[in-house]
Write a protein that binds this ligand. Structure first.
Ligand SMILES: [Zn+2]
Length: 69
């Protein structure tokens, strides 16, 4: 069975500088420009993480003009 590859996009994040700590947070969710690690209270540095794109499913209202496929 073929599983389609999830599309990923680079997302700016902050990650903990502690190599034993794997905490990270999206930059857009960070409280400030220099957030502290929620796990170990250490410093966090900027980085990039490739995350699968969120696919929003259309729910509720179906298209009425869907004859063409
Ligand atoms: Zn940490």
């Amino acid at each position: 069975m073929d599983t389609p590859k999830p599309e990923t996009s680079p997302v700016p994040i902050f990650r903990c500088v502690n190599p034993e700590c794997k905490a990270w947070v999206r930059e857009e969710l960070a409280a400030s420009a220099s957030p502290e690690c929620p796990m170990c209270r250490g410093k966090m540095i900027r980085g990039i993480k490739h995350l699968p794109k969120l696919i929003k499913k259309h729910r509720g209202s179906r298209k009425k003009n869907d004859e063409k496929v």
